[in-house]
Design a protein around this ligand. Structure first.
Ligand SMILES: [Zn+2]
Ligand SMILES: [Zn+2]
Ligand SMILES: [Zn+2]
Ligand SMILES: [Zn+2]
Length: 388
């Protein structure tokens, strides 16, 4: 037995060599390309990985060697798995490049654009500060795509959502020029926006600008804003189209937007214009220690009132309370998030939703939430991110 096994082993390598030797099978490429049919395009430098993470990048699509597929053909053959992948990608890139974004049509000029799993991003900011370095438009858009997709992945888990559960990709438009932003607000979104304008519905969108009067010329601030706002937009377009911020569910709408912002950046600094409190910075955006202290000191019931308000009327401190309540639900009742959101979209009151999905009345939820905050929130907040 051992003898036969030894013979078999001795012959095996030779047999293998025989099989793969000179003649070329057109389904598997050739020796030059390592039987792959194509190789990675060298023109994308540090952004290569970021490019792989998006469906379409207008700038990468202009690459003369790969046309945005990130693969270059083998010079010797036209076959192999990556050759087939490249052909498929070329078709996809072509389809994307034929579609256009509404601001580009309006301005009659091409605009930098990235399409990712959940987002349709367009930005015109020329140069932004990011920590001690600068970022150009292309880098900024990729940073936006990377961070927004990271928070969308969490959001998908929380709301048991797949791409087909969204009515559409959320459109994130960040302009340098206030004039461009104003024009987009009036001509496309149909309203006179302030420094930012959100548009809920089947095709959700946000338009904003960043020359200092709107958002600062700082990549962290702009990207953080995009993460926060994209949560409002996704909440409105997932599972069933409808904005809950104008119902008695402001705590859920605002609390969620702050929650994903904090999760990624460990600091909350975005207050939307329609949340009536632009420019406020409750406890410098670090809310754990502040909430722990606040709830310990203030014993009056909070939730009966908080769960009656719309997004637009929440005051500074109520933003933090809303965030903390959402934090409690994520940590303790994650399966309740989706049915609660759908309930709010269908005008069901908190009283009914809490009973059904948290199995407690509002007072009991308040008790459980307070106990959880007292037990788990630290006395000192974690360190915040300084750049994207
Ligand atoms: Zn080849
Ligand atoms: Zn790119
Ligand atoms: Zn390339
Ligand atoms: Zn907001």
């Amino acid at each position: 037995m051992i003898f036969f096994a030894a013979i078999a082993l001795a012959f095996c390598p030779q047999l293998d060599e025989e099989e793969t030797k000179p003649e070329i099978d057109i389904s598997v490429g050739c020796k030059t390309c390592g039987f792959m049919g194509a190789e990675d395009c060298d023109n994308h430098g540090r952004l290569f990985e970021a490019e792989q993470g998006v469906d379409y990048c207008w700038i990468s699509a202009q690459c003369k060697d790969c046309s945005g597929t990130l693969l270059t053909d083998c010079i010797k053959c036209e076959s192999g798995p990556l050759y087939i992948k490249r052909q498929r990608e070329l078709g996809k890139q072509e389809r994307f490049s034929e579609s256009t974004t509404q601001p580009a049509t309006l301005f009659k000029r091409e605009l930098p654009r990235i399409l990712s799993k959940h987002f349709d991003i367009c930005a015109t900011a020329k140069k932004m500060k990011n920590g001690s370095k600068n970022m150009d438009t292309h880098q900024l858009m990729h940073a936006m795509a990377t961070e927004c997709e990271a928070s969308a992945t969490l959001f998908d888990e929380h709301f048991q959502a797949q791409p087909h559960n969204y009515s559409n990709r959320a459109r994130l438009w960040y302009f340098t020029d206030e004039k461009d932003h104003k024009e987009v607000c009036v001509e496309i979104l149909g309203s006179n926006g302030g420094t930012d304008l959100k548009f809920y519905g089947v095709n959700p969108a946000v338009s904003s600008f960043s020359n200092g009067y709107g958002l600062g010329n700082d990549a962290l601030e702009v990207v953080r804003n995009a993460v926060h706002v994209s949560i409002h937009l996704m909440l409105s377009s997932v599972h069933q189209v409808g904005w809950i911020g104008n119902k008695k569910a402001g705590w859920f709408d605002v609390g969620a937007a702050h929650w994903y912002e904090d999760k990624l950046f460990a600091r909350i600094a975005t207050y939307c214009i329609d949340e009536a409190n632009s420019g406020v910075h409750y406890e410098n955006g670090k809310w754990r220690a502040a909430m722990k202290k606040h709830l310990r000191k203030n014993k009056d019931y909070i939730l009966p009132k908080l769960t009656q308000l719309t997004s637009g009327v929440l005051e500074e401190e109520q933003h933090a309370l809303a965030w903390s309540l959402y934090d409690y639900v994520v940590a303790n009742h994650p399966d309740a998030l989706k049915p609660m959101l759908l309930g709010y979209k269908n005008n069901v009151e908190s009283r009914v939703l809490f009973k059904k999905h948290l199995e407690m009345n509002i007072m009991q939820v308040e008790g459980a939430w307070r106990a959880w905050v007292a037990e788990t929130y630290p006395v000192k907040d974690p360190k915040t991110r300084k750049k994207v």
